[in-house]
Design a protein around this ligand. Structure first.
Ligand code: PEP
Length: 250
């Protein structure tokens, strides 16, 4: 059976309530007509309202982060339990901006994946190398370590549910996307690394590409054998462009 692809939009810390409504209204048709999964990740504060607007559509909801606790005296944090409560199905974990600006290590990311799974959320686990790591040919060991911290903490059964997003740090928000061939090579590496540990996920594991995806290049990624969808940042804030990206997936 062919895997359903996944098209996800990460709004990051952008927009306001008016833009949130414009995006939801603007992508509804494309999402409803798609045979694939369409997911948006608005900022926390807009999630409940967006959940209501998206209710009658096929748009699914993701948060951009979650706490590594379920509840308690953790001022400013939001738990997986709360996200599930308001209708989230997915959560981004370990986005490179979380790793870079908020000190999230591989261990913290693995803990968060555990809390997401425990609360019935599908984690979108972001992995990827910096420019320096790519140029020094360290990308394989970097990505291997990012994956293996999750395997060590939770076991391979985590990957029955985890979606992996390959997001080369040098391609995020820079306009410099990885070529479809380079992305596919890394996706094949991720696929083989995980399949080598558990063949049972061969038909279910989804690996997304993220990094300056636009309506002009999305079809090239989607055509690649190991690319099962895209994680889109900047372009997901433009409903017409995000709709075109959704429609580019056959
Ligand atoms: C992202 O934030 O996950 C991302 C891929 O951003 P952009 O598409 O803007 O590069």
């Amino acid at each position: 059976m062919k895997k359903k692809k996944l098209i996800a939009g990460n709004w990051k810390m952008n927009g306001d309530i008016a833009l949130a409504q414009t995006i939801v209204d603007g992508i509804k048709d494309a999402a409803d007509q798609s045979n694939h999964d369409v997911v948006i990740a608005p900022p926390f504060v807009y999630l409940p309202q967006v959940a209501l607007w998206a209710k009658e559509s096929k748009i699914q909801l993701s948060a951009q982060n979650l706490a590594k606790f379920d509840q308690g005296a953790y001022t400013g944090e939001v738990s997986g339990k709360m996200l599930k409560d308001i209708g989230c199905q997915y959560v981004l974990v370990g986005h490179s901006e979380r790793r870079q600006y908020f000190g999230e290590t591989n261990d913290v990311v693995a803990e968060k994946v555990e809390f997401a799974l425990k609360n019935g959320l599908t984690p979108i686990l972001c992995v990827g190398e910096t420019l320096e790591e790519r140029e020094s040919d360290a990308w394989k060991s970097v990505i291997e370590a990012q994956l293996s911290s999750v395997v060590q903490r939770i076991g391979m059964e985590a990957f029955d549910r985890v979606v992996v997003a390959y997001e080369p740090v040098w391609a995020i928000g820079t306009g410099k996307s990885a070529s479809a061939e380079i992305a596919n090579e890394v996706h094949a590496f991720i696929f083989c690394t995980l399949i080598g540990k558990s063949d049972s996920i061969r038909d279910s594991l989804r690996i997304l590409y993220g990094g300056s995806v636009t309506a002009d290049n999305s079809a090239q990624y989607m055509a690649m054998s190991h690319i099962d969808g895209v994680l889109v940042g900047g372009a997901s804030l433009k409903p017409d462009v995000f709709s075109q990206i959704i429609r580019s997936v056959e």
